[in-house]
Design a binder for this molecule. Sequence first.
Ligand SMILES: [Zn+2]
Length: 490
Amino acid sequence: MAFERQDNVREYYRRITAVDIGMVARELLGAHVLHESDRLLQCDCPNHSSQSHRSLHVMLDKQGWYCFGCGVGGDVLQLVEFIQSGQVTRGQSGPMPESHQHARDFLAAKAGLPSLAKHGLSPEELAEAEAERLVELRVHEVLTALAEHYHGRLKDNHEVLEWLRSKYGLSAETVDRLLIGYADNDGDEGIVRKLTCKERNFSPRDLAASGAFRPTNQDGLDPFFDRRVVFPYWSRGRVVFMIGRKTPWTPDKPWEQGKYKKLPVHDENTRKHIAPCIDNSHLYNEDCLLADPERLIITEGVTDCISLMEHGFPAVSPVTVRIREADWERLLPRLRNVKTVYVCQDNEISQAGLNGALKTAAVLSEHRIQTRLALLPLDERRENARRELRERFGLDAAVGARELTKRLDGRTPDEIREAERLLSEAKIDVNDYFVAGHSAQDFEELLAKAETPLEFGISHLPIDVSEEERNRLLEPILREAAYLTPLEQN
Ligand SMILES: [Zn+2]
């Protein structure tokens, strides 16, 4: 099968499983939906008789479901299959049963797509496409099982739990709901043995395909994360990707220096063992778009995004300063009801976020979506750190990231360390903002004051620099402004 064809089929499954699970559950279960909250539908399961009549849970935020009586769960496609036939097709081998095809056709009709059987595929190609979907399910099942394991290890580890709580202020409920975990691998073989045991029944190949385990030269497997806090990415009720935050317990090895480590992704040449579905295309919390929000907040880091979710805001994070061009194609159709996208980056001296926000604004304004930049306020301690940086080191808001190192040239190692300490003290991100005790209402007020990137760029130009310096700072703002439609330029 041609690569492009395969890609289309993956996109096909992506699109039919992008039908909102809440809508489907309400339609198919009707009066069986007995209790409804923001994040959860509690339903009477049609496939077992239950005392509580509420054992089938449909998670609106994670776009997944689980029946505590039947002990099964999955994504929207598996929910349709479960309700229609009582069966659930999982990441097994062999051909797809008819119940899967029925459910798939049901969702295809909702998504405005033809049946996959009428997609112009030969029977062999169809079988191969379905096999691909099974691999994807299998790999996501590995990551979900691993997240459950790491979550259990975190709950058992008071010290790490306390470190996480004091650093990021996340509630116990959030840690449980998102299965945030700690990569304690129980020695070299422990975690591998647990996942390949009879009950779990994953093969070493399944584990390697997830990217969370590296094949060794001795036919063994090494876990990718080692004593990091692991944040799973959820999509369609399953874990589809992971990112690990360094902790004080992470081994002091050259390859463990990065503060954050994302799972390695599929590569045709160097990482063929990783499944093609493990790629870098997921935004953290991207499924919040399936509920068609009217506004969206794009923020920089994973913990920033989680803080916003905790406070009830629809937020996503590319876990970097900007969204890649290739991802916009997938995202834009999902933003059809979004009127304003708020970008809320770290407030730091280098203003690394501003250029990214300008690019985002240019893409969105073409699609009649406004972009606003929300600025996190600095408290007194941070203002003081900025003043010290300015007075002692000549560093001010005009300094770009590259310029920073240049300006510290010739300083003693002690001075550089001091400047670095001040730089991190002079910075605030969304998570810091909420950890400092601010409420959802406070953040609403920041959103109300948010400016267009153009307004922002101009109003934050420093006054006390040379004309040459000002022009240098204005240049990227004007360049991006040229691409904005009149909607954004007013
Ligand atoms: Zn059930």
